[in-house]
Ligand binder design. Structure first.
Ligand SMILES: Cc1cc2nc3c(=O)[nH]c(=O)nc-3n(C[C@H](O)[C@H](O)[C@H](O)COP(=O)(O)OP(=O)(O)OC[C@H]3O[C@@H](n4cnc5c(N)ncnc54)[C@H](O)[C@@H]3O)c2cc1C
Length: 492
């Protein structure tokens, strides 16, 4: 047996009879279905990457009492140095998908690490629920479990409170007995759920008194009885070929509505029970929210560098790199990549010791979240602007190259000072997949919303900023002069 989880083990674990629907049909084995199999294999490749002997130290560590190594995302940093070491592992993982796997396994591992640091918060809620959470963390971390989460309620009528929505919309507790509780209703939008082992269910949106039935949190295996996964359109299935859509064909992690059709949750898998404020506290009074979104910025640092690389290569392909205004745009893009990296370094360098644990600077993390959800669509627009029609004036598919007459014309028309015609076509197809395909477009939506709409992320920034310090500077100025002195001429 390998010293840590491998891709083959992960693929085997997904053949579990989960209930996934696509295009009106029940999907059988997600590891073999043409809508999902490549993404599943790309996810499995993450485990093979960590299992390579030369990567073991970079990517994994051995938890206390465990006979196998697991991904460093499960490591709870005790110092700045450990935090940086952990981040390097996550950047290496993100590089495997050019940052396009938003919900790679390290996202939820990070959330659970942060929540585990705040176990006292769970204990205040209930010693039984705290024990259930600590035991679950032990199980998930020691087995390098791939988790996704659904923590958001389906949009229906945003003008109504969650508890006022029509019955069976928002997942809620509808029954309970000695074995556990029964949950009915929906949550959105389980990214990566088709290739995860388990789903963490919680409620991040504010709940109020009277909405106790909605106020729960638990973790369930993806094949639990009654869990129905309604996939969105598969971009992988519609990718023309790997050559035409190298990203869609391999990294379509999927998003899905989860419908809980009377799903039984055993008490030992229930972490929050009928407590609206604890739903908030689970993420915000622990380090859960900070750690999960810190991971998201780590991943973004890779994706944004990839996009800058694409942008520069586009200008090389069409021979514009040295035009001063183009170089200026590239310079701006490079500065934006620098800003993302600087914010990441800032979160780490100005992190703090919280008892045993080292935690990232929360306000720097929220600043990054707010700024990057705006930055991403701007970067995509810059790349489109730099490219013009190059992203569209492309052969209909790789099969055009199988026709010698067409290849002759392609070779005459796909000219570039720096690339052979075939190289240019290959590259521009990849660039379009990143910024303009349906897959690329979904990524813009993802980066704008995965952490909440702007009013939500700005709310976090508002809440965590040092207003006292900023206000003190204003007070200091105002106290340096006054009306009476001014009138008496003493202020000069
Ligand atoms: C690609 C993708 C993948 C996702 N994956 C996951 C996942 O894996 N797990 C998960 O739990 N969630 C996931 N989500 C859901 C994501 O967390 C939510 O989309 C996000 O929190 C925003 O919530 P919402 O979609 O309900 O939008 P809303 O909160 O309804 O916001 C939409 C827009 O409505 C307006 N609006 C609504 N309410 C207000 C208000 N009170 N004040 C001001 N303006 C308002 C604003 O214009 C806002 O931009 C995913 C989303 C996307 C797009």
């Amino acid at each position: 047996m390998s010293d840590c989880k491998t891709g083959a083990e992960h693929i085997k674990s997904l053949k579990d009879g989960r209930t996934v629907y696509l295009d009106g049909n029940l999907v059988g084995d997600v590891t073999e279905h043409p809508a999902f199999r490549n993404a599943v294999h790309s996810a499995a490749a993450l485990y093979d990457f960590q299992a390579q002997p030369e990567n073991l130290e970079l990517m994994t560590f051995r938890p206390n009492g465990s006979n196998r190594r697991v991904n460093r995302a499960w490591q709870m940093p005790r110092s700045y140095e450990e935090m940086v070491q952990r981040r390097k592992a996550m950047q290496a993982w993100a590089a495997q998908s050019c940052g396009y796997f938003g919900r790679s396994p390290d996202h939820l591992a990070s959330s659970l690490v942060g929540q585990r640091m705040g176990i006292e918060v769970f204990k205040k809620h209930s010693p039984e629920r705290a024990k259930a959470f600590a035991d679950y963390f032990d199980f998930a971390s020691k087995n390098d479990v791939f988790l996704t989460y659904v923590i958001i309620n389906p949009q229906a009528e945003r003008g109504k409170a969650w508890g006022e929505q029509d019955e069976d919309l928002v997942a809620r507790i509808v029954d309970e007995d000695a074995g556990g509780v029964t949950v009915r209703g929906a949550k959105m939008l389980g990214t990566s759920s088709i290739m995860a082992n388990e789903v963490f269910v919680a409620n991040l949106q504010p709940l109020k008194a009277g909405e106790e039935a909605l106020a729960f949190s638990c973790a369930l295996p993806m094949n639990v009885k009654g869990l129905r996964v309604l996939s969105r359109k598969s971009y992988e299935q519609h990718a023309v070929s790997l050559y035409d859509n190298p990203l869609s064909a391999r990294f379509d992690e999927n998003d899905a509505l989860m419908y809980f059709d009377d799903v039984k949750v055993p008490w030992e898998r229930l972490f929050v029970y009928r407590d609206p404020d604890m739903c908030r506290a689970q993420f915000h009074d622990t380090q859960g929210h900070a750690y999960q979104n810190y991971q998201a910025q780590i991943r973004l640092s890779v994706k944004i560098a990839f996009l800058a690389g694409l942008a520069r290569r586009i200008t090389e392909a069409i021979g514009t790199t040295n035009i001063p205004s183009v170089a200026e745009q590239l310079g701006m893009l490079a500065a934006e990549v620098g800003m993302v990296n600087a914010m990441l370094s800032g979160m780490e360098a100005s992190g703090s010791q919280l008892g045993e644990w080292y935690v990232p600077n929360k306000h720097f993390m929220y600043s990054a979240q707010v700024l990057t959800q705006d930055l991403y669509p701007r970067v995509i627009r810059t790349i489109r602007e730099l490219a013009g029609g190059a992203l569209i004036m492309l052969p209909s598919s790789v099969r055009d190259f199988a026709n010698p007459e067409m290849t002759a014309i392609i070779n005459k028309t796909q000219r570039s000072a720096t690339m052979q015609p075939e190289q240019k076509v290959k590259f521009l197809k990849a660039a379009w997949d990143a910024v303009g395909s349906e897959f690329g477009s979904r990524h813009t939506q993802y980066e704008m919303f995965y952490a909440g709409a702007r009013f939500v992320t700005c709310g976090h920034s508002f809440r965590t900023f040092d207003w006292k310090g900023a206000g003190a500077l204003v007070d200091s100025l105002l106290s340096s002069y006054d009306l009476q002195s001014e009138l008496a001429g003493a202020n000069h």
